[in-house]
Design a binder for this molecule. Structure first.
Ligand SMILES: NC(=O)c1ccc[n+]([C@@H]2O[C@H](COP(=O)([O-])OP(=O)(O)OC[C@H]3O[C@@H](n4cnc5c(N)ncnc54)[C@H](O)[C@@H]3O)[C@@H](O)[C@H]2O)c1
Length: 380
């Protein structure tokens, strides 16, 4: 960022080749919430900003952002939604649209998401539809949203029949990622993001990057304490690298025609677990951690990976406290049915992203039902 003076501010450029010449910056640093005016000035023409947040995040960070934007001469207003996945729905969308109309937001103005993935997804979808599309910015405040949901432009709301069924691809104008916001996050929420970070370790080579001196898996093995302690340098390096990995994939495949599917490593089983649990009593990170274990089992059973690598990955998951199990009340048949019902099923075939080597993965549509059941049985 041209005007930001702190030496530790770093920028990841996300390029979307399908939109000729379009890119947006992910600006990453510590204690940079009060700098949000700069990307607004540099990447938009906004005079007014509508900031969408929730009842948990607003008291933590709303004041700081408001003060800095008012000082810069912007007109701002807030939408403060209820907290929780169940509010990623049409009612929250209505609330945002309504406020945008009352606040007389124009096309050149900006809607900004301040919060985790729920706020990012619903706000992005509102921005993509208000006045047929108004500029959108993200200030992600959970680890999951910083390394995953704020990168790549997928925005959506849930429907009572399923998650993320209604949505679009809508890229932001900027993302401002302040790693100091992670300090107020609970360890469980941190671990939701860490599950995705571990996933990046297992797909790193297939993303086409090799940005650290060592493999991401090795980095994660060596830096567990620093990561849980939220050591500034380590967390910033990690968040930046994960954004680079996802950006590299999105750059090649914005709309999930091919490569982007690899980001779903562990998610085929994980989504089925979440669905069969009615999205209660288990969070996304826990579900995909279990899903990754099942997926590694299938990969080993198909002889795509050897015993050593299988063990390395399981040990890494355990090192990060991902020792979760499927609740015994959910039977494997129900999970299989849920996998068949997933929106990513193609012509009745369940799609798995399997490990094919160290930090390498590929997409398979031909996994035997028998192996799937064998894998599921190891997860209780
Ligand atoms: N668009 C995408 O590409 C994509 C990718 C992955 C996940 N998602 C979506 O992201 C959502 C999950 O996101 P999430 O894990 O961030 O959950 P979340 O947004 O519900 O946030 C988790 C909890 O942390 C609270 N919180 C947020 N920031 C905080 C902070 N700094 N300090 C204290 N508390 C804070 C929230 O209020 C909430 O209670 C799901 O809806 C999922 O579908 C989207």
């Amino acid at each position: 960022m041209e005007n930001m003076t702190e030496d530790k501010i770093q920028t990841v450029k996300v390029e979307i080749p399908q939109q000729l010449g379009y890119f947006y910056p992910i600006i990453i640093g510590e204690n940079i919430l009060d700098k949000v005016g700069e990307p607004v000035k540099n990447y938009t023409k906004a005079k007014k900003l509508l900031i969408v947040t929730n009842k948990t995040v607003h008291p933590l960070y709303g004041k700081k952002i408001k003060a800095s934007l008012l000082k810069e001469g912007f007109e701002i207003d807030f939408v403060i939604l209820e907290d929780g996945e169940k509010h990623k729905n049409i009612h929250s969308l209505e609330t945002i649209w309504q406020k945008a109309i009352e606040f007389k937001l124009e096309r050149k103005d900006v809607i900004v998401a301040l919060g985790g993935g729920v706020i990012g997804d619903v706000t992005g979808f509102a921005a993509s539809t208000y006045l047929r599309g108004i500029d959108f910015g993200q200030i992600p405040t959970t680890l999951l949203s910083q390394v995953d949901s704020s990168v790549g432009g997928k925005v959506a709301i849930n429907n009572k029949l399923g998650k993320n069924l209604i949505g679009s691809f809508y890229q932001p104008k900027f993302v401002l990622t302040d790693i100091s916001t992670l300090k107020t996050l609970s360890v469980e929420e941190l671990k939701v993001g860490l599950a995705e970070v571990l996933k990046y370790g297992m797909i790193e080579k297939s993303c086409g990057l090799n940005g650290l001196n060592i493999s991401l898996i090795e980095y994660l093995k060596q830096n567990k304490e620093a990561i849980f302690a939220l050591n500034t340098n380590t967390i910033q390096e990690l968040v930046k690298y994960c954004c680079e990995l996802k950006a590299a994939v999105v750059n090649k495949d914005e709309k999930e025609a091919g490569l982007r599917a690899i980001l779903n490593f562990g998610h085929t089983i994980g989504h089925a677990i979440e669905k069969c649990s009615n999205y209660e009593n288990i969070n996304h990170g826990q579900a995909i951690a279990i899903g990754m274990k099942g997926t590694l089992f299938i990969s080993k059973a198909r002889k795509l990976i050897d015993e050593n690598y299988y063990k390395t990955c399981l040990e890494l998951l355990d090192l990060y406290g991902m020792d979760y199990k499927i609740n015994k009340s959910i039977n494997p048949e129900a999970l299989y049915e849920a996998m068949l019902g997933d929106k990513k099923v193609l012509s009745g075939k369940i799609r798995f992203v399997l490990s094919t080597g160290e930090s390498e993965v590929d997409v398979f549509n031909d996994v035997d039902k028998e192996i799937i059941f064998k894998a599921l049985k190891t997860l209780y």
